[in-house]
Write a protein that binds this ligand. Structure first.
Ligand SMILES: O=c1[nH]c(=O)c2[nH]c(=O)[nH]c2[nH]1
Length: 307
């Protein structure tokens, strides 16, 4: 909230970024669970005097914020979702300090996955997966909540059932029309839950972890289509829209979703020299690239959503 100060508009916030914590839980039978989180905390608090004069008496030290992450991780005796940990931290800052009006906590979870050895889940062995689960909780002193979850780095590719035709052609257009191409992307998704108060969030353990896995499945299943035959994509735009719509249709407690889907190009390889063709592209040999890439993004919200 901007304040009028000395004839200016003034707005401030402070926090700690990239606090890394790993938490292990052990059961009586030797089974271990682990999460690794990168936590960012931002506090909106009444500590204007620290900017205007040498008075730090209303500052929550960012070092204290960092310590709180470890203390709260220690206190959590059971595994919990990134969303629930973000809410727990944000709730702490807004209720513990009279100066703090709003706490914004974002967390990215590193995708440690249990390994299988000889077809059996390992008790305490994990390997790194690829895409990340993210969450952001914005909590007000009143208990008002905004909860957003996301996926980062979900790489998806299909080798056919994609094309791009009918686009604008002008004197700068070289791209041929096609009904046969590779489609590759790295999905970044952000979705907002409709829970608007600390008192209305589902209490079921790992509710939001399960939701994350289900959203990821709906996004991927919509991208790929059925295992036999797949589904034709006439553009990244169309596929993105179908993925967003499938998510809102499937999950009543998701109010809006934003998707970013770069079009990662796999270029047809054709090589020739003066004696003739060395490689003739036949939908088989590609040059994978990462830049430049197309950039396609959209968000879809329910009408009653506040986003
Ligand atoms: O699916 C696509 N959408 C585009 O907007 C675009 N632009 C382009 O060159 N290729 C593609 N493919």
């Amino acid at each position: 909230m901007a304040k009028d100060i000395e004839g200016f508009k003034f707005d401030q916030r402070h926090g700690k970024e990239r606090v890394r914590v790993a938490r292990v839980w052990k059961n009586q039978h030797g089974g271990h669970l682990i999460v690794e989180w990168r936590v960012g905390i931002t506090l909106l608090s009444d500590c204007v005097d620290s900017y205007l004069r040498d008075d730090n008496s209303d500052i929550v030290a960012t070092d204290t914020m960092k310590n709180t992450v470890y203390a709260k991780a220690k206190e959590c005796s059971e595994i919990l979702s990134v969303e629930d940990f973000a809410i727990l931290l944000a709730k702490h800052f807004t209720s513990f300090y009279k100066q703090v009006t709003t706490a914004i906590v974002n967390i990215a979870e590193k995708p440690w996955e249990r390994v299988n050895v000889d077809g059996q889940p390992h008790e305490h062995g994990f390997k790194l997966g690829s895409e990340k689960h993210t969450a952001e909780a914005v909590v007000q002193k009143s208990g008002a909540l905004q909860l957003t979850s996301g996926i980062e780095g979900l790489s998806l590719l299909k080798t056919t059932q994609s094309g791009f035709e009918g686009f604008i052609r002008d004197k700068y257009t070289a791209l041929p029309e096609t009904r046969e191409r590779m489609l590759a992307t790295e999905v970044t998704a952000l979705w907002r839950y409709s829970y608007e108060s600390l008192y209305s969030i589902p209490q079921k353990p790992l509710y939001f972890t399960d939701k994350y896995l289900e959203v990821k499945k709906v996004l991927a299943d919509t991208f790929f289509g059925p295992p036999v035959g797949g589904v034709y994509s006439p553009s990244v735009q169309r596929t993105l829209y179908q993925m967003a719509k499938a998510t809102l249709n499937r999950f009543p407690d998701i109010a809006s979703i934003q998707l970013k889907m770069p079009n990662i190009h796999f270029l047809p390889v054709n090589i020739s020299n003066k004696d003739g063709q060395i490689v003739k592209f036949d939908d088989d040999v590609y040059l994978p690239t990462d830049e430049p890439h197309g950039s396609i993004q959209a968000s879809l919200s329910r009408y009653w959503s506040k986003l």
